[in-house]
Ligand binder design. Structure first.
Ligand SMILES: Cc1ncc(COP(=O)(O)O)c(C=O)c1O
Length: 332
């Protein structure tokens, strides 16, 4: 037996084996103090660039296992960002076709990444009755499903496997990683799959946990009037079927400007280059922390990296325009 053969190998079957296992770090520079501890789960370290790698992998692999996703079929989904990219990656690995329905607000970079990953990208151009594109995108999804026999709509807003991916993934990992109970979970929401999956798993181990949803100002996930918002990933213009407001203790709305400032603070103090919704989470924690009973331990989910936001939260002109919009809106 050679020396090399006695060494245990650690080799994944594909890039999907690198999904998950993300670290937790303390944000002591951003949130100093003897009686507060803010811990960040770095979901931005997933290989496709976001936590959505988890739901894409889980949905595709469970579907292939139970036959609801037939081998070689075409997946169809409406997504303008991380979930589309994660699905494209999972479809590549498992030899599936994938059509991603996007709209004119989808960034050029995301369309390029989707195409490079082999996805067919369909861009709708007509806004719907509300002035947004969601209705038109969903109509196009239905047309594609009718036109392509055997195609499967992933439908992350209503698919229970979405929250289950985080129950078995992020939530289970946190339950292992934390020896002492956290008092609060802060997580950004869109479909609500990740917050619900994490909350359900963490509450089994830490029953006293309070769950704080961080939503975009102008999102309707937890009610409220729809409004202009520019950051992808966080918020929704319709209430997701998965949403269970009774499982959330508090909702904090954060606008585009505060999200950008949160991102910049996180980068300046901790050297963590994260996306818009991570900035929203940081802003929500900073706003809430002063009134939380001490000592206080918070877990915050940081969903994606900053690279896809260089023209948004990290762009000074974009921030200036967002500030001007906010001032105008507040003056109304
Ligand atoms: C960057 C980012 N943050 C937050 C979310 C919200 O996650 P969920 O859809 O699980 O509520 C998403 C979802 O796409 C996202 O991409």
């Amino acid at each position: 037996m050679t020396a090399a053969s006695t060494v245990a190998e650690s080799v994944g079957e594909s890039v999907l084996d690198c999904v998950g296992g993300t670290p937790v770090v303390a944000l002591r520079r951003l949130f100093p103090g003897p009686d507060v501890e803010v811990l960040a789960k770095l979901e931005l370290m997933n290989p496709g660039g976001s936590m959505k790698d988890r739901s894409a992998r889980y949905i595709v692999e469970s579907g292939l296992r139970d036959g609801t996703i037939p081998p070689g079929c075409r997946l169809v989904e409406s997504s303008s960002g991380n979930f589309g990219i994660a699905l494209a990656m999972a479809a590549r690995v498992h030899g599936l076709e994938f059509t991603c329905v996007v709209d004119p607000k989808t960034t050029k970079a995301n369309v390029a990444i989707l195409r490079r990953l082999g996805a067919d990208v369909e861009t709708v151009s007509e806004p719907d009755e509300s002035g947004g594109y969601l209705g038109t995108r969903l109509r196009r999804v239905r047309e594609l499903l009718a036109a392509v026999p055997g195609s499967v709509w992933v439908n992350q807003y209503a698919n229970d496997r979405n929250w289950q991916a985080y129950y078995h993934g992020t939530g289970a990992e946190l339950a292992e990683q934390l020896a002492h109970p956290p008092g609060y979970l802060f997580a950004a929401v869109s479909t609500t799959g990740s917050i619900l999956g994490c909350a359900r798993r963490l509450r089994e181990r830490f029953p006293g946990l309070r769950v704080v949803a961080v939503d975009a100002a102008g999102s309707v996930v937890f009610g409220g009037a729809p409004g202009h918002r520019e950051l992808p990933g966080i918020g929704s213009s319709r209430v997701p079927e998965l949403c269970r407001p009774d499982e959330v203790d508090e909702v904090v709305h954060v606008d585009d400007v505060d999200a950008a400032l949160g991102c910049r603070e996180l980068l300046a103090t901790e050297g963590i280059f994260a996306g818009g919704s991570s900035g929203s989470v940081v802003a929500a924690v900073a706003r809430t922390l002063p009134r939380l009973p001490k000592p206080c331990r918070v877990v915050a989910i940081l969903p994606d990296r900053g690279d896809r936001y260089l023209d948004l939260v990290y762009d000074d002109d974009w921030l200036a325009a967002a500030r001007a919009r906010r001032t105008e809106h507040r003056g109304d």
